[in-house]
Design a protein around this ligand. Sequence first.
Ligand code: NAD
Length: 291
Amino acid sequence: MVLMSGVQPASVIRQSCTKRSGEYEKSYGRRPALAVVLVGDNPSSRSYVRTKRRACEQVGIDHRDFFLDSSISQEALLELVAGLNADDSVDGILVQLPLPPGIDERLVIDSIDPAKDVDGFTPVNMGNLLIGNPCLAPCTPAGILEMIDYYSIRTEGKSICIIGRSNIVGKPLAAMLMQRNRNATVTVCHSQTPDLRRHTLNADIIISAVGHPSLVDADMVSPGAVVIDVGITRVEDPAAEKGFRWVGDCDFDALSLKCSAITPVPGGVGPMTIAMLMSNTVKAAFARRAE
Ligand code: NAD
């Protein structure tokens, strides 16, 4: 059984980003720059933003934080994004989700210049992704593909069951895996799928992105399957030092006895997502110069 840690492949991607951001600075006299907009004080979002800042510092990307009060109006937020779109010294814009109630998330995301959309969430990038055109691809699905390549897992002709149909993971991942360069046969399951097990048992590769601990147990997986666990949920655990721990969607201990490869949680897909954000920021910086 192969333990598919995300730590090593993420480190390879970060090294490449460090080299490329150094080259960018040499050529253009400044580092690539990422603007991160955080509205409100959701503790998970704050922690994600801190992690992203640390990653930027490591690879030589300038990181500009915009911490806004949750009372900010939609108009003021759209104005801030418009300012970042117009600011030539900003290469990437990331609006940390979720946004507070009363702000139309879709409207805000859609207002980001697609050339600076390092999360790959705008309709232009999503549309290009679906067609198979070059684009800024969403970081988690892109990170999963990098991980699949790093561990030499073939997708050609394989049945892949994705659990979860969100715009940030399930849908773009399905689009990427069905392209001609991946040639997988993809099934997307979701909350309204009857008999999930019927689909997972048929799959060579299962990718779960739901956020329900223990959703996927050993009875749902064929021997030798590959399991990629995107889900990450905080569960209370008085025995843990902090009183909680992070778990995925899959019953790791039971599945690891049955599958040929599995990702850990934490330390699996998570580090890949951050690495791909760095990669997209450097890519966006160079692409804007080439326009
Ligand atoms: P989401 O809430 O937007 O989507 C969850 C999906 O799960 C939905 O499409 C829903 O239909 C499906 N679902 C719900 N219950 C189900 C069930 N019983 N059976 C089958 N499908 C079911 O979530 P998201 O933003 O895509 O995130 C999913 C999980 O992945 C979360 O735990 C999130 O924290 C995690 N995540 C991790 C990373 C990372 O980098 N590791 C990145 C993004 C999301």
